[in-house]
Design a protein around this ligand. Structure first.
Ligand code: FAD
Ligand code: PL3
Length: 583
């Protein structure tokens, strides 16, 4: 069941949490008077998560010493927040806006401005919760067609007005934030451009307005029996345009590719006019200009429509859970699958710390299920001689025509068995599929209780994977413990390639003073430096914004930074498109 909003004429920014993650109606974790944490959804009221609080209190310690209970640290309300006064629109710009757009497409009220300042990074949420707002867009504009965007960009270029495209605002790298304090700034909220314009079932392509959100996109495509198959953790609250502009990656990228593999062509409105690409399977005709715009994070123009490859809605989709004796065993199985060209649709491998988090954040399944879990634990410990501190959970998925799924599955299971995997059947896979968007809501819960959690992810070679994993985990904890601050870190592998994987870290600590972000910033810097040291990408899929910009000259080298700057000067000579991002 895909989430969607039945209400018409209500814009998305009015329906998602202004100072947290996701839908205001969903997944609010609350601490109950009894001491358990409960999760509330539109259909489930207060389902208990019996182990989460205990897990946090046990794990977030220094040598076992920590707090005995959670503290409260509530957020400010919208009314408490003061926004900077709007700047006056220069020259003829206000008149031009009125000529291009209907009144309900132009918003200047406090809530519209407030909800278009930041994305969803930890830094963004903390700043909103404490009212730290130094800049804001002056106006939010909601276009409905390519032609409107085209006219707006040209008018902005003439008037030297900044335009920041805003998709779902789900980026966690500061990609949508207005930084330039001096110029009039438009936040261009793309979410009313949400139509699938056509589906070509012969070529298996679809032309789509890029402001469409994940669930709406898949629902529309399913009507024609096809799917895009791009399913990031932020699927419910991010847009096709944001995915293209940040080089996003979804859960099933091992089979369907990352967003750049799915993309055929698109239209981009730039200050030098609209740039288009031809549709086609491929071309060996010079540079592939698709890659100039993909990942450009709105700094070169606004993507309005894209032609994407689609595939039939899979006949079979099967997800299984496995327990391995260690992270190394699971990685070895993954490498053997890759070398044998056995490629499941998804291979997620949780390290032992994240395996424990995964079990601790599940609702209780009742006494019978608990009894079987305990029996499995005993079997693994005493019959299979697993060291239970090293147990590694993996979720492996197979999608496609049934015969193909059966073939890949069988070959994969043989390799898993040879590497000591214990099969848990489809139940963990089903739970994963149902709950796959829930974990980020725990971040809001931690912020409400004086803690913080953030993430860092990279693409790393098979050779550097274990050295990076070990060093990052050790260095992160040591850094905080040396200052007397508790810290916790875990990791998982979420996307796999023939020459490397995406390694994704989650790390948490206590926030003793909500206004003081230095300890967090030090941790983030430490993680990025270690990733660079091991030859990893500064990001596999979260993008750059301004958070990762300081590492870009080390990552791509200064030569390419200079090339990018020349392209930017040519396409956008007044630097009106999302300035001071990327590099
Ligand atoms: P926004 O955040 O609105 O914008 C991102 C950047 O793209 C900005 O620079 C913006 O100016 C630009 N942009 C937006 N639309 C356009 C356009 N039409 N034309 C030009 N530029 C544009 N990412 C993944 O890839 N995989 C994941 O699994 C994943 N999981 C996440 C989970 C959570 C809880 C969160 C908070 C984030 C996650 N992300 C993930 C990061 C984020 O969702 C992606 O970067 C996503 O692609 C951003 O899409 P968006 O529509 O929200 O874009
Ligand atoms: C982008 O991909 C995701 C951005 C937010 C992710 C937050 C993940 C929250 C995980 C919950 C961690 C629990 C920490 C427990 C501490 C002992």
């Amino acid at each position: 069941e895909l989430t969607s909003y039945p209400q018409e004429n209500v814009d998305y920014y009015q329906k998602i949490k202004w100072n947290g993650w996701g839908d205001t109606r969903k997944f609010i974790h609350t601490l109950q008077p009894s001491g358990t944490v409960a999760i509330t959804t539109p259909t489930v009221s207060g389902q208990p998560l019996p182990s989460l609080k205990k897990f946090i209190l046990t794990e977030l310690t220094i040598n076992g010493q920590g707090q005995t209970d959670l503290e409260n640290s509530p957020s400010l309300t919208v009314e408490d927040i003061k926004l900077p006064l709007p700047r006056a629109a220069p020259g003829d710009f206000a008149r031009e806006l009125r000529a291009i757009f209907k009144p309900n497409q132009v918003k200047e009220d406090k809530f519209a401005r407030l909800t278009h300042i930041y994305g969803k990074s930890l830094r963004d949420l903390i700043r909103l919760r404490i009212g730290l707002v130094e800049n804001a867009p002056d106006v939010v504009v909601l276009p409905e067609s390519h032609e409107e965007v085209e006219k707006l960009v040209l008018a902005a270029h003439r008037a030297n007005v900044i335009i920041i495209p805003y998709g779902g605002g789900s980026n966690i790298v500061g990609a949508c934030e207005p930084i330039d304090q001096t110029r009039y700034t438009v936040s261009l909220d793309m979410r009313r451009m949400n139509k699938v314009l056509w589906v070509d079932r012969r070529e298996m392509t679809a032309c789509i307005q890029v402001g469409i959100m994940g669930p709406d996109l898949e629902r529309e495509l399913h009507k024609s029996g096809v799917s895009l198959g791009h399913d990031p953790d932020s699927f419910e609250f991010s847009t096709l345009g944001g995915w293209l502009a940040t080089c996003s990656s979804g859960h099933q990228s091992d089979k369907y590719g990352d967003i750049e593999d799915m993309c055929v062509s698109f239209k981009t409105c730039t200050p030098m006019g609209t740039l288009e690409l031809r549709n086609g399977a491929r071309a060996g005709a010079g540079l592939n200009f698709k890659h100039v715009i993909l990942g450009s994070e709105g700094t070169l123009g606004i993507i309005t429509e894209a032609v994407m490859k689609v595939h039939p809605v899979p006949q079979a989709a099967e997800y299984y859970g496995f327990l391995f004796p260690s992270f190394n065993h699971a990685i070895s199985a993954l490498e053997q699958m890759r070398r044998s060209e056995i490629i499941p649709t998804m291979v997620r491998i949780y390290d032992p710390d994240e395996t424990r988090l995964s079990f601790a954040s599940k609702p209780s399944k009742g006494a019978v299920s608990e009894f079987f879990s305990a029996a499995v634990k005993k079997y693994l410990q005493y019959i299979r001689s697993f060291d239970m501190t090293q147990v590694t959970l993996s979720i492996i998925g197979f999608e496609g025509p049934k015969k193909q799924v059966d073939f890949v599955k069988k070959s994969c299971f043989d390799i898993l068995a040879k590497n000591g995997a214990f099969g848990l059947g489809t139940a963990p896979g089903k739970t994963w599929a149902e709950k796959r968007y829930d974990l980020p809501y725990i971040r809001d819960f931690l912020l409400d209780h004086n803690m913080w959690v953030d993430v860092a992810e990279t693409t790393v070679s098979y050779t550097s994977l274990i050295p990076l994993w070990k060093e990052a985990k050790k260095a992160f904890v040591q850094h905080y413990h040396a200052k007397g601050i508790p810290a916790w870190i875990c990791a998982h592998i979420s996307h796999t390639y023939s020459n490397g994987v995406c390694l994704y870290f989650i790390f948490a600590s206590r926030q003793n003073d909500e206004k003081e972000m230095t300890p967090y910033i030090e941790g983030k810097r430490l993680m990025c430096d270690i990733i660079m040291k091991h030859g990893g990408a500064i990001s596999h899929h979260h993008g750059v914004g301004y958070e990762h910009a300081p590492w870009m000259s080390r990552y791509v080298t200064q030569g390419w930074v200079n090339v990018y700057r020349k392209i930017k000067e040519t396409i956008d000579p007044k630097n009106i498109c999302n300035p001071r991002k990327l590099m």
